[in-house]
Design a protein around this ligand. Structure first.
Ligand SMILES: Nc1ncnc2c1ncn2[C@@H]1O[C@H](COP(=O)(O)OP(=O)(O)OP(=O)(O)O)[C@@H](O)[C@H]1O
Ligand SMILES: O=C(O)c1ccc[n+]([C@@H]2O[C@H](COP(=O)([O-])O)[C@@H](O)[C@H]2O)c1
Length: 200
């Protein structure tokens, strides 16, 4: 019998900071698609967030490590933060293919992001490199018109109305972020004074 090819989930995001919406999405997709591992890939210099302040990559990477440490099937990759220049998913998938030859890749992303895929770099190449799994976000109905139906799947996850934008605003205002992000991430944000204007 031919051995089953490893199934690797790839959760790309800016993760500024990582929150329970991201973790639930990864966990749900891993169960539904029978994934062996989900690798979280924090962006280096996110293409669609130019002109917006983004916390230093090392902080975002370390928060992702802290948030995923207790799950044996979750890992974090530095491929995007170590590559110079703007972050493109086509490069992320190429690098992961080199690190994990022979694995089937499942790129997990929010439905809002998937709808913009045709405006990403090299979209035709992308669909050949991974299956795309669009997770629904609260209040969002996916429209996948124009995307290859056999390469894009939709998966409904329990609605968690959490966004990194909201977590940053709360931290800035001195409001609690407990239970929106993992405990270790709450403590990391406080320890480094992130989102209070002194985290450059
Ligand atoms: N609560 C959530 N439920 C489902 N998917 C989510 C949720 N939050 C983020 N995502 C998805 O996770 C991916 C990475 O998200 P990202 O790091 O940009 O977080 P974000 O909360 O959307 O950040 P920001 O508010 O700064 O834009 C994106 O594809 C996004 O759509
Ligand atoms: O490849 C692209 O052109 C591209 C454009 C926008 C976003 N992405 C990827 O989509 C994921 C979510 O991005 P973001 O900015 O919503 O955190 C992340 O992995 C990005 O690298 C990729």
């Amino acid at each position: 019998m031919t051995p089953r090819r490893p199934r690797l989930g790839v959760m790309g995001g800016t993760f500024d900071p990582i929150h329970h919406g991201h973790l639930v999405a990864a966990s749900e997709v891993a169960a539904e698609f029978d994934l062996d591992e989900v690798v979280f890939v924090p962006t280096g210099n996110p293409t669609f967030k130019q002109g917006q302040h983004v916390t230093a990559a090392e902080h975002r990477y370390l928060m992702a490590v802290i948030a995923t440490a207790s799950n044996p099937r979750f890992t974090v990759s530095r491929v995007d933060i170590d590559r110079p220049g703007l972050t493109y998913t086509v490069d992320t998938l190429r690098d992961l293919n080199l690190h994990r030859p022979g694995a089937d890749l499942f790129f997990i992303t929010g439905a809002d992001a998937v709808e913009q895929i045709l405006s990403w770099k090299d979209p035709d190449e992308l669909f050949g490199m991974a299956q795309f799994v669009a997770v629904t976000r609260p209040g969002h109905t996916l429209s996948i018109a124009g995307l290859p139906a056999d390469r894009v799947s939709q998966h409904e996850i329990p609605a968690l109305a959490i966004s990194s934008t909201d977590v940053r605003a709360r931290a800035r205002a001195g409001q609690p972020v407990w239970y929106l992000v993992p405990d270790g991430v709450v403590q990391y944000i406080a320890k480094h004074g992130l989102y209070r204007g002194n985290d450059e």
